[in-house]
Ligand binder design. Structure first.
Ligand code: FES
Length: 154
């Protein structure tokens, strides 16, 4: 077993060589896993804030996907791809809520979003924190539904 630390929260133990995703799920982080853990979306994106050498090296697929993520930094990893191989890695989650489909926003029309609403494939901010969700803003996001279908068919 190896422990995975979370900035400002209790660590979680996962079996050696398991993906960081296991730690997120054990922590009951709501990870959408839109691509089914195939390294093709933004929904399991994390930042490694300490001891990146405790994870397996970044794969070519992961590099390609991270290159498309607007919130990616040099310490970004995909939790479904990075496996825990040593003790002491520390993870932080990007701020925001990934949008699964535009229909999931309809119940929020007229409400102000507390966190940024993020594109599930490339991680870009679709609606900034503090903005009111309107029907017209949802209509402008219809391409998200198409992008989600595409990644699920890939
Ligand atoms: S779940 Fe899609 S990249 Fe990890």
């Amino acid at each position: 077993m190896k422990s995975v630390n979370f900035k400002g929260a209790e660590p979680v133990d996962v079996k050696t060589n398991m993906p960081v995703l296991e730690a997120l799920l054990a922590k009951q982080v709501d990870v959408m896993m839109l691509c089914g853990g195939r390294g093709l979306c933004a929904t399991c994106h994390v930042y490694v804030t300490r001891n990146p050498h405790c994870l397996t090296p970044i794969t070519e697929r992961e590099k390609k996907t991270l290159a498309l993520l607007s919130g990616a930094q040099s310490n970004s990893r995909l939790a479904c791809q990075a496996q825990v191989i040593a003790e002491g890695v520390e993870i932080a989650l990007p701020e925001g809520l990934y949008l699964e489909s535009t229909s999931s926003l309809e119940s929020l029309i007229g409400k102000r979003t507390q966190v940024p609403i993020l594109h599930p494939i490339d991680g870009r901010i679709l609606i900034e924190a503090g903005k009111i969700i309107t029907r017209s803003s949802i209509m402008q996001l219809k391409d998200v539904d198409f992008d989600v279908k595409e990644v699920q068919l890939t």
